[in-house]
Write a protein that binds this ligand. Structure first.
Ligand code: S3P
Length: 176
């Protein structure tokens, strides 16, 4: 049987990487962050990829990494980049896994991306309006690919992790 990974999706700043790391510990699974895997495979940062090769080159690398990560036998927790849902090929790859959407209000996202040291080339110099338009473009896609949605506003990482662990228990057989 192929491995069923727990995959976190959602906009930039929704907490996929920090929640993913803690969720992996809680579930006793390895943690994989597709953005970091892209950077490792390409030998340069995401910002450099966007700047020198453009968004499509980044999306190609992201698709190849997602394919590799989801094909691995060991069941993992996978944090994805916010735009992973844009390609139909990626959405259909997610189909057989347990996909969790970290849903957040724009205020929460803006506050978090402004606090973060992580560079996000898509945000430009007006993160609020960019995040609003990305939310409008992508909400439907996150909804379509996800098995579970968890609201993260005003919630700490451990609280979100507990909510996810509880919500996915019936889907993943974890802790059964
Ligand atoms: C992107 C989100 C980023 C990264 C890239 C593009 C997006 O990841 O993959 O900058 O299109 O939303 P995070 O969601 O982890 O910030």
């Amino acid at each position: 049987m192929t491995a069923r990974h727990v995959v976190l999706v959602g906009l930039m700043g929704s907490g996929k990487s920090s929640v993913g790391r803690h969720l992996a510990e809680t579930l006793g699974r390895p943690f994989v962050d597709t953005d970091l895997e892209v950077e490792k495979a390409e030998g340069r940062t995401i910002t450099d990829i966007f700047r020198t090769s453009g968004e499509e080159a980044f999306r190609d690398a992201e698709e190849a990494i997602l394919d590799r990560v989801l094909g691995e036998d060991r069941e993992s927790v996978v944090a994805t980049g916010g735009g992973v849902v844009l390609r139909e090929a990626n959405r259909s790859r997610l189909h057989n896994h347990c996909v969790v959407w970290l849903r957040a209000e724009t205020d929460t996202l803006v506050e978090r991306v402004e606090r973060s040291r992580h560079e996000r080339p898509l945000l430009g110099d007006d993160p609020r309006s960019r995040l609003e338009s990305l939310a409008a473009e992508r909400a439907r896609l996150y909804l379509d690919v996800s098995d579970v949605a968890v609201d993260v506003d005003g919630r700490s990482v451990p609280v979100v992790v507990d909510l996810i662990a509880e919500a996915i228990r019936p889907i993943t057989r974890l802790g059964a």
